[in-house]
Design a binder for this molecule. Structure first.
Ligand SMILES: [Zn+2]
Length: 548
């Protein structure tokens, strides 16, 4: 997901230069109590946990003139226990036309955005079931990226897009709308007026003239996919293509932007090359890679990344991190495509742990910068993110409560991973760990505990207190220093919320860092460096410093 530029401006205005220096973080804000809608949407309830999704077959017709959609989703799932009810989701403004199990029409109950489906007899554990969920209505344009938008392009032609992360895919189609369980594969059939083109996820396996002015596009998605990644992009698209080895790359833009797109989208190939080198093979090779122009900033739709960054470097033509690096590349192409590895292949199973998607994708930007422009730029780039961090609440929120973490999940998430790299303090080892991390969790839905266990196990260190301080507490650790210049020494300790917090850090002179191992207990170091010259490597470790 990409942030609204407005939020970015708010961050910058609130955080004047130097505002981050004090060790005292702003008071921690208690999260609001979850509403009934949040519980229904966020909780992995027993009626969700009693089944395992196998596949969706979504077949819809889109009428741009009436701003109306209708269709059905065939949902295949395996029962994990005997039960008579499952929980699905569909926004309340859309109509449930009928739900069928074979020829049998099923009873259902709607509550807000939830649809509880009841079966006349218990479905048996391990049985494979298939239901047809028929629905229709006028989907809502809502949320950061539009939800389901019926818009016009600058030439006045229909331009219809979906982007529903956060809002939920149930804003336009019925599904089990959560992140823990993904289908193994999916089919998507989209009938639209024949003058238009639909570009969706996966491979185009069919295009059929329906004879009534409509054409149906059939897409086959051959990997697990998040609900919010399923996407329609309907417009007057021009198409061009390329290849990276045997990976097919397809690009779509409005006809007027063809030359600009050819120039700008050329960044995709070396980027994928860099990510493959650092993280592993592009995750959705059978489905190919697509980059598709849309009217909003962009979204990581799986194998169909959407793009609205004005065909210019930076983010909406700005130097995004403000340190002279962002204008060297197209932020949206890099960030949204990084999500193919971190977000789409590895997914947080609850939005409470969404830094697994956003923190890692933001860190992947830094990896890209390092690969393309060198380590110095990468370090500048990641530290540029400090101006956007607020440290007012923990990155990880309450599980099961539909609670989207604050924007710190992006910037602090990346700064935390840069800190972790410095804790490892060995570039070759860090690169091995990045590859091994991706390899361990690819195509999986995980929580932070899995990430922590991985790094603890692979490094043989207890990194849990470090993860906890950065992700489960609002404040960052502060290195407290007390100088005794008369006897040429400095005492040091960590000020942190986690009682047994311990983390190495480099101090002294930049040209000749000394690695110390502070804990929350005072220790003393002999040093000739005077208080005013004594530095802490705050570009390698995201920490505050208190000098006494
Ligand atoms: Zn993102």
């Amino acid at each position: 997901m990409r942030l609204k530029p407005l939020s970015h401006l708010i961050c910058l205005v609130l955080l004047a230069p130097g505002a981050l220096a004090p060790a005292q973080a702003p008071p921690q804000q208690a999260p609001p109590a979850p509403s009934r809608a949040d519980i229904l949407r966020g909780e992995y309830s027993s009626w969700r946990a009693n089944n395992d999704l196998l596949s969706y077959d979504l077949d819809i017709r889109v009428d741009p003139e009436k701003k109306f959609i209708s269709g059905k989703n065939t949902i295949r799932f395996k029962m994990l226990k005997d039960d008579t009810r499952i929980q699905l989701d569909l926004f309340a403004n859309l109509n449930v036309d009928k739900i069928l199990l074979g020829p049998t029409e099923l009873k259902y109950t709607r509550e807000l955005g939830t649809v509880f489906v009841d079966f006349p007899a218990p479905l048996k554990k391990n049985s494979i079931q298939s239901i047809e969920f028929h629905y229709s209505g006028s989907p809502r344009e809502t949320g950061r990226f539009g939800g389901f938008s019926f818009r016009k392009d600058p030439a006045g032609r229909h331009w219809i897009t979906t982007a529903c992360q956060g809002v939920g895919a149930s804003v336009w189609w019925p599904n089990k709308d959560q992140q823990q369980d993904e289908v193994e594969n999916m089919r998507l059939h989209v009938a639209i007026p024949s003058a238009l083109t639909d570009v969706s996820n996966g491979r185009l396996v069919g295009k059929t003239d329906l004879g009534d002015g409509y054409t149906r596009y059939d897409w086959a998605i051959s990997y697990p996919i998040n609900n919010y990644c399923v996407s329609l992009n309907i417009g007057h698209y021009e198409h061009f293509s390329d290849k990276l080895g045997d990976l097919k790359m397809d690009f779509y833009c409005l006809p007027e932007n063809l030359e600009k797109a050819r120039r700008q989208f050329a960044q995709a190939k070396p980027m994928i090359g860099a990510f493959q080198k650092y993280f592993g093979e592009y995750p959705f090779k059978r489905d190919g890679y697509k980059l598709i122009e849309v009217p909003y900033s962009g979204m990581e739709h799986q194998s169909a990344v959407t793009y609205g960054n004005h065909f210019a470097n930076g983010y909406l033509e700005r130097d995004w991190t403000g340190v002279g690096v962002s204008l060297k590349f197209d932020f949206i192409i890099i960030h949204e495509s990084a999500h193919e590895w971190f977000g789409n292949s590895i997914t947080g199973s609850d939005i409470s742990d969404m830094w697994i998607q956003e923190g890692w994708a933001t860190y992947a930007e830094c990896v890209y910068v390092e690969a393309m422009f060198g380590k110095e730029d990468a370090l500048k780039y990641v530290n540029g993110y400090k101006s956007k961090v607020r440290n007012s609440q923990p990155i990880i929120t309450t599980r099961g409560a539909n609670q989207t973490p604050s924007q710190d999940q992006y910037f602090k998430g990346a700064l935390f991973l840069n800190t972790l790299r410095s804790v490892i303090d060995n570039d070759a080892r860090w690169r091995q760990l990045l590859r091994a991390y991706y390899d361990r969790f690819k195509y999986r839905n995980i929580l932070t505990d899995d990430v922590v266990a991985f790094f603890n196990q692979r490094t043989g260190k207890n990194l849990t207190p470090i993860f906890d301080q950065y992700l489960r507490r609002a404040a960052i650790p502060a290195l407290e220093l007390r100088f005794q210049e008369s006897d040429g020494s400095v005492s040091y300790r960590w000020k942190a919320d986690i009682k047994d917090f311990a983390m190495p850090v480099k101090v002294g002179r930049r040209a000749d860092w000394r690695l110390i191992q502070p804990t929350t207990e005072w220790k003393t170091l002999k040093t000739e460096v005077k208080k005013e010259d004594f530095e802490v490597a705050t570009d390698l470790y995201y920490v505050d410093v208190i000098k006494n």
